[in-house]
Design a protein around this ligand. Structure first.
Ligand code: SAM
Length: 288
């Protein structure tokens, strides 16, 4: 496939000594920007989580470059060398297997070190499973909590689920397919089966699907089914708990009497106080 992705935009050609964080597709290889391709093509070399995975992008867009492995197992050894290459004027791009580097993927430590050395970083943004699932859920999405993969340790898991059970904001979790059913059951215990949830599977790919609407329904959807593919879970926050105006009954009765004595009908006085105290009219009326 030969797409003309050249661009005259400023910043589309790498500058020496610059470090680029480049977002890549989370499934559909067409989801890559012209600018990302230009950078990947022109930097001195590309740091990849798995070179075979990144090679697929280079093959599709018909260009080559030096691909160097950078992953959780070799990162600490490689970071000083990478920094030296930048200091010597090389331009370097970092990609992960999918989506945005550093989001549950390698990159964080390297970026921190580069920043500490006062070197410049440019991010070429791209897809991210968390934001893709979030905006497809229809749940409130301007404020949200991203928790990445749930912890494995029991106590930490319980703490997370307890937090989620009380969160008013939408929460996003990554989960592997073989752990999804366990996660859903634990969420049910802590949040109740009626809590709204969406499981987004295989985003941007051929068999993309979004399964909802609440925990019980998602559990029964996957009953007797093997969960396959990549999974992102979006959990709607709880509705703001209604303010519990505890009120002193005798005080309220006195206020009601005062209003009635002042000339209001019982119905009018109850209506007025109900609004003021955020109570039902009947509740106030009956206190008379
Ligand atoms: N850096 C990536 C990003 O920006 O989304 C995330 C990498 S993390 C190691 C991989 C996890 O992201 C998967 O286990 C899954 O939970 C989620 N994920 C990645 N691609 C996905 C897709 N196409 N559909 C649903 N979830 C996906």
């Amino acid at each position: 496939m030969n797409l003309n992705y050249s661009s005259s935009h400023k910043n589309s050609k790498p500058e020496s000594g610059l470090f680029y964080i480049v977002g890549t597709p989370i499934g559909n290889l067409s989801d890559i920007s012209h600018r990302a391709l230009n950078i990947l093509k022109s930097v001195s070399f590309v740091l990849c989580e798995d070179t075979r995975q990144t090679k697929k992008i280079l093959n599709k867009y018909e260009f080559t470059n030096n691909l160097i492995s950078f992953n959780q197992f070799n990162s600490s050894k490689k970071i000083p060398k990478i920094v030296n290459e930048l200091l010597s004027g090389k331009s370097i791009a970092l990609v992960s297997d999918a989506g945005m580097p550093s989001i549950c993927d390698p990159g964080e430590d390297l970026v921190k070190e580069i920043k500490t050395r006062g070197l410049s970083i440019i991010c070429i943004p791209g897809p991210c499973a968390a934001s893709t699932a979030l905006v497809s859920s229809g749940f409130p999405s301007s404020k949200f909590i991203f928790e990445g993969f749930p912890p494995k340790k029991k106590s930490e898991r319980e703490r997370l689920f307890l937090e989620i059970s009380k969160n008013e904001k939408t929460t996003i979790l990554y989960e592997s397919p073989h752990r999804l059913k366990k996660l859903l059951c634990e969420l049910k215990v802590h949040c109740g089966g009626g809590r709204e949830v969406q499981v987004s599977r295989e985003l941007t790919k051929k068999f993309e699907e979004h399964i909802g609407t609440n925990i019980d329904e998602v559990i029964s959807f996957f009953e007797n089914k093997e969960v396959l593919g990549e999974i992102t879970v979006v959990i709607k926050g709880i509705s703001k708990p209604k303010k519990n105006f505890s009120y002193d009954k005798s005080e309220l009765r006195q206020e009601l009497l005062d209003l009635v004595n002042a000339g209001l009908s019982l119905s009018e006085a109850s209506k007025y106080l109900a609004k003021k105290k955020n109570l039902s009219k009947r509740e106030v009326y009956n206190i008379y």
